[in-house]
Design a protein around this ligand. Structure first.
Ligand code: GLU
Length: 319
């Protein structure tokens, strides 16, 4: 198909360009198991609304999805408690780091948005809802496996334990939010769930497949439950405004689509109605976003004419 041929050529060009890049950022060092990952990796996978799959580079090497898991945690929580979630978590961008504690003091223990560590801890508390961390993580993994149609997706338990051993800031955040009454479950179970969800391993292809529901406006899961359009709308809006930490505004200018990054170097990006895209390169910029991941998305979206701000329904531009 001509269009897929075009997209394949664009992806081949981007993979070749990324291989040559010498400025690749720094891998996250504060999580023990991430510090040893080589910054030389680059992978990309695109699933289009027509069902085409185009991928390249290290698209089959699994990596730690880290904060991208917050997208799936939020999907579960919105399904569980609906819009009541927004009584406990805000939905505006923050101007502080993803693991900052300061905002919580002036805002009464209500995290600014669900993609900050503080917000994701409250979301984890909602998803725990009286169960063990083990059963809550099993539910989240089940959701992701169902979305990706891939039962091989799992948690890297050693990575989770490694992060837990040095998670002084996350523990401080959790205790601080609890002091305002915005955490109700046992603290050790909430943080256990959070660290295990961050340690989920996926490759670009699995991640792009799992993100399809955000492209198509919903999904019916294999247990019969469905993810409604309103949940997709909320998540894409949160990704767009808050998905790239402090650089979310800059990303909107440079790229112009909803996306969520993680300190493992992955980014899930959505062109609503058109494509679900996953990129991975472990080197991060000072905001914690993958240097090559952002660059590749900027190139792809500009080349394909996929920015949400240029109008038109966007088949791949020819020529
Ligand atoms: N597990 C990481 C943390 O809690 C996730 C950070 C991220 O990917 O933004 O710091």
């Amino acid at each position: 198909m001509a269009r897929q041929a075009d997209l394949s050529a664009v992806v081949r060009r981007i993979v070749a360009a990324m291989k040559k890049e010498t400025v690749r950022g720094e891998v996250a060092r504060y999580i023990p198991h991430l510090s040893g990952v080589s910054p030389d990796h680059f992978g990309i996978a695109i699933v289009t609304a027509a069902g085409e799959i185009v991928s390249g580079g290290d698209c089959r090497i699994p990596f730690s999805i880290q904060s991208i898991s917050k997208v799936f945690g939020l999907t579960l929580a919105l399904g569980n408690v609906g819009s009541r979630l927004w009584e406990r978590v805000g939905r505006t961008p923050s101007d502080t780091a993803f693991n900052s504690i300061s905002q919580l003091e002036t805002e009464g223990g209500i995290p600014r948005n669900p993609f900050l560590n503080s917000g994701a801890l409250v979301v984890a508390d909602i998803n725990l809802s009286g169960r063990s961390a083990e059963s809550a993580i099993a539910e989240l993994i089940g959701l992701i496996q169902s979305l990706a149609c891939d039962d091989g997706i799992c948690v890297d338990r050693e990575l989770a334990l490694g992060e837990a051993g040095t998670a002084y800031k996350n523990i401080a955040l959790l205790n601080y939010i609890r002091s305002f009454g915005n955490i109700s479950g046992p603290l050790d179970a909430v943080i256990d769930l959070y660290h295990h969800q961050c340690a989920i391993r996926m490759d670009c292809l699995q991640l792009a497949c799992a993100g399809r529901y955000l492209m198509t406006g919903g999904a019916v899961l294999r247990d019969g439950r469905s993810i409604p359009e309103q949940v997709v709308h909320s998540i894409n809006a949160a990704m767009f405004t808050c998905g790239l930490y402090d650089a979310s505004g800059e990303f909107a200018f440079r790229v112009g689509i909803p996306a969520k990054s993680g300190v493992g170097g992955g980014i899930l990006a959505i062109v609503p109605g058109v494509a679900s895209i996953a990129v991975w390169s472990p080197g991060l910029d000072r905001n914690g976003n993958s240097v090559l991941g952002v660059r590749a998305l900027e190139d792809l979206v500009q080349t394909a004419g996929w920015s949400l701000f240029v109008g038109g329904s966007r088949p791949m531009r020819q020529g």
